[in-house]
Ligand binder design. Structure first.
Ligand code: PLP
Length: 498
């Protein structure tokens, strides 16, 4: 474990600690400046030396908890001691998403400007529920969202706002779609109205199904539409499912297409899906939580064909753009169905101005000032810089896929899409042995501490996944991962199927 607290710093000598003890609880001007300075030092050192740490922490469930006091202190403790505990017991128990060897799930990282912006957000501590409760917070958010819209090439008929996660954004879109499709659900609830259905591919994220559960439609309302051999929604199957429901008296409420599915980053044929949705007057939501920002990369733009026909689109800057979690942008063409589904203004929240009040869209009243980090990020990096990072990630993923496919041990399990590669060590005729081998390979690589990959299931087969998305990842980190994979596959090889 690296010693991230600089013990040689005079501020951390025993004398200084004793002095700090005496002034514990004093957070007035200079004490705050000193604490921020120490936290800033820690932050810079952490990021500089993160590779000395294993990506995954060496902890068992309960280890961190046992290291923490069982009850809260009655009186203030000095910040130095708290920071030391943070370093020793907490940072060592974290999975390091900013580690360059983090290649699991949809890898993400915090770009430095976003860290600074988060500090400023905490400093001003505003709640942007109404325009007047923080005019600049609402307007910065609207501006940053509009910058994102422009950067990804969507028309200015789209506007939007920032939520915590794509799950919340998709849920909010489903409530708007439900309001449009149902008969007065807002006032009367669901039971009296028509049965509603949601259509999404069998590869779409679980948040679509969760949204249907939370919206009271039930899991059974979700039609998981078949995909083709590249894991893309089949328009003919969508058409058939909608037709069947309409014939049976069920009203289609929403179609959710995905650009960048969670397992393989596959891209549904959005233009065809949009045409079907339009024909039946069904709300089209596009889940581009992971891949959406890649529309900034000119060579990738064709993959987004048709998404401008959507009623709503979600993209997560906290996934691939490098804002810290949480920052999920929901774009929509018409705010009215959103207002119709949830806007409710009690007397104590009435305001005379005619401005957008963020509380009108979605469930939450309180709003973090999330727009600032996106606005700061755009200004500090620029759209060219952001696109270049994603282009580099895509190139690294493609190169890694080529090397995996060449070695004779691994085979690609899906076409490489954006910066995501799915593969497995293949063992024909022995599905159980193949799964065990791949599980063991993944466990061995992840235990090594230098790389962290995750898994999924495709066509019923266990599949290893690698996704490049961290601003810290360089080619040498993929070299490490590929070497570890090949070494593990050789060491653990079960030999020829018997
Ligand atoms: N949609 C897709 C395609 C995803 O891959 C994910 C998460 O990885 C989500 C939605 C959910 O994202 P969030 O964690 O922001 O809710």
């Amino acid at each position: 474990m690296p010693d991230h607290i600089d013990r040689a710093n005079p501020e951390t000598t025993a004398d200084a600690e004793a002095a700090a003890d005496a002034t514990a609880g004093d957070w007035s001007g200079e004490a705050l400046r000193a604490a921020l300075g120490r936290a800033a030092d820690w932050t810079v050192d952490y990021r500089k030396r993160i590779e000395e740490r294993p990506v995954l922490p060496d902890v068992a469930p309960g280890d961190v908890r046992r290291a923490l006091a069982k009850a809260p202190p009655c009186s203030p403790e000095p910040f130095e001691r708290i920071l030391a505990d943070f370093d020793e017991h907490i940072a060592s128990g974290l999975t390091h998403w900013n580690h360059p060897g983090f290649l699991a799930y949809f890898s993400s990282s915090t770009r430095a400007p976003s860290i600074v912006a988060e500090l400023l957000v905490a400093a001003v501590g505003v709640n942007a529920m109404l325009w007047r409760t923080s005019p600049a917070a609402t307007e910065v958010e609207r501006t940053a969202v509009d910058w994102l819209r422009q950067a990804v090439g969507l028309p200015d008929t789209f506007t939007g706002l920032i939520f915590d996660t794509a799950s919340t954004a998709t849920f909010t879109a489903l409530l708007a779609a439900r309001e449009r499709a149902g008969d007065g659900v807002r006032d009367d609830g669901l039971p009296g109205g028509p049965a509603l259905a949601v259509y999404t591919s069998e590869q779409s994220h679980s948040s679509v199904e969760k949204s249907a559960i939370a919206a009271g439609l039930g899991r059974g309302s979700v039609r998981r539409i078949e995909t083709d051999d590249a894991f893309r929604m089949r328009p003919d199957a969508l058409k058939a499912a909608i037709g069947e429901d309409i014939e049976g008296g069920i009203r289609p409420a929403m179609v959710c297409a995905t650009i960048g599915t969670t397992s393989t980053a596959s891209v549904d044929p959005v233009a065809e899906v949009a045409a079907i949705a339009r024909r039946h007057g069904v709300w089209l939501h596009v889940d581009a939580a992971y891949a959406g920002p890649a529309a900034m990369v000119a060579e990738q733009r064709a993959l987004f064909r048709g998404w401008e026909a959507a009623d709503s689109i979600v993209l997560n800057p906290h996934k691939w753009l490098g804002t810290s979690l949480d920052c999920s942008v929901l774009l929509y063409r018409d705010a009215d169905p959103f207002r119709a589904s949830l806007a409710l203004t009690p007397t104590y929240l009435e305001s005379e101005d005619d401005e957008t009040n963020l509380m009108d869209i979605g469930l939450a009243l309180g709003r973090r000032f999330r727009g600032l980090k996106l606005w700061v990020l755009f200004r500090c990096v620029g759209t060219d810089g952001l696109a270049e990072t994603m282009r580099r990630h895509i190139a690294m993923a493609e190169a890694a896929a080529a090397r995996l496919a060449e070695g004779g041990v691994f085979e690609l399990a899906a076409p490489v899409s954006f910066s995501t590669v799915c593969f497995r060590a293949a063992r024909e005729g022995d599905p159980a042995g193949e799964e065990r081998w791949n599980r063991d390979i993944l466990a061995r690589v992840n235990a090594g501490g230098r790389s962290f990959l995750s898994h999924t299931e495709l066509d019923g087969r266990y599949t290893v996944r690698l996704s490049v998305g961290s601003v810290h990842t360089e080619e040498r980190h993929l070299d490490d991962a590929l070497e570890a994979l090949h070494r593990a596959a050789a060491d653990l090889s079960p030999g020829e199927p018997g």
